[in-house]
Design a binder for this molecule. Structure first.
Ligand code: ZN
Ligand code: ZN
Length: 333
């Protein structure tokens, strides 16, 4: 096999997986090419590095096409490994980018705006939750730096929950699955139960569910409801954005539900009758993490769980001198 052929594989009828390298720990994002009777579409785009662009081009070339052939580009959510190359590929192909309206709004707010208003709000939020200054600054700079490499979209078409989406002649149903990202969309091909699951359902990794300013206020509740939404669908095969295609979608949903139940219990236990910041809770639950990235994910994850518990009335949030502390409600189940 040539290297180009190894890069792509047909994972369902007319759907081809292209492995695109990422410059961070996840290493690979799966982009999916949909090809039918000379028509082409792409689901998720990869991160804007030279290696990433080359991999997308090589994947299309191995299938006999090029970016110019794309008639549609679908983006599952706003994270840079998914939306990153959409602007560039759109410039080459003239194809519309299809995404949820929230994905577009968040991508613009976080990644393409020259205004740092949201970034300042994020830094403030992190400090309020007890995150050390160095860590808060680093986290916000991460977002600011991305603005240099992500190109804005020329034309975007908003896709709503439940909408029928035609991609290269193949018909999919869009399923809005907020949680990992507010605007996350999965695509179900109802004719054979193939689900392009984005980052909502991954076979090995638990998708990060974090709290951010100005976004949906209870992302863990969203995520768990989105799991149940998929559980009710006749899915036969999951095509995830990271990891291998997996048929055991319903088992995976049950495992993720159990994972979050256990984490909620662990966080309540970590509070241990005291009033703690989210940053303190994250250190108790995850220990001292070596990378800034992991610390940022850990605090975000703890916050989404604490806010879920707060909405349930199982913890309360107290504010003193600009710092929030959470405390378990005595006798709370
Ligand atoms: Zn993601
Ligand atoms: Zn991803």
């Amino acid at each position: 096999m040539s290297p180009e052929q190894e890069l792509v594989s047909e994972v369902a009828a007319g759907i081809f997986l292209v492995r695109v390298p990422l410059p961070f720990a996840l290493k690979i994002i799966n982009c999916y090419v949909i090809r039918e009777a000379g028509r082409w579409a792409l689901v998720d785009c990869g991160y804007p590095t030279e290696e990433g662009v080359q991999a997308v081009r090589a994947g299309l070339r191995a299938l006999g096409g090029s970016p110019r052939d794309l008639e549609a580009i679908f983006v599952t959510h706003h994270h840079p490994d998914h939306i990153g190359l959409a602007g560039l590929l759109q410039e080459e192909s003239g194809a519309p980018v299809l995404l949820h309206a929230l994905t577009r709004r968040i991508a613009e707010t976080v990644m393409v705006t020259p205004d740092e208003r949201w970034h300042r709000a994020y830094a403030t939020m992190l400090r309020q939750h007890g995150v050390p200054e160095e860590e808060a600054t680093w986290s916000v700079d991460e977002f600011i730096n991305r603005r240099r490499i992500i190109r804005p979209l020329l034309e975007a078409r908003a896709v709503q929950d439940g909408e029928v989406v035609e991609l290269a002649g193949s018909t999919f149903r869009a399923v809005w699955t907020p949680g990992h990202a507010d605007g996350h969309l999965c695509l179900l091909r109802e004719s054979d139960g193939v689900l392009l699951s984005g980052d909502h359902l991954l076979p090995k990794i638990t998708p990060n569910v974090s709290l951010f300013p100005e976004f949906r206020p209870d992302p863990l509740r969203d995520f768990l409801a989105s799991l149940q939404k998929i559980a009710a669908l006749p899915v036969t095969l999951g095509l995830p954005s990271h990891g291998r295609p997996f048929p055991q979608v319903h088992e995976r949903i049950a495992a993720l539900q159990r994972h979050h139940d256990a984490r909620l219990a662990r966080i309540l236990e970590a509070l241990n009758g005291q009033a703690c910041t989210a940053s303190e809770v994250s250190r108790r639950v995850f220990g001292e993490l070596d990378s800034m990235d992991n610390r940022r994910f850990a605090v975000g994850e703890v916050l989404s769980h604490l806010e879920y518990l707060r909405a349930e009335g199982r913890v309360v949030r107290e504010s003193s001198q600009g710092v929030y502390r959470y405390r378990a409600v005595a006798g709370g189940a």
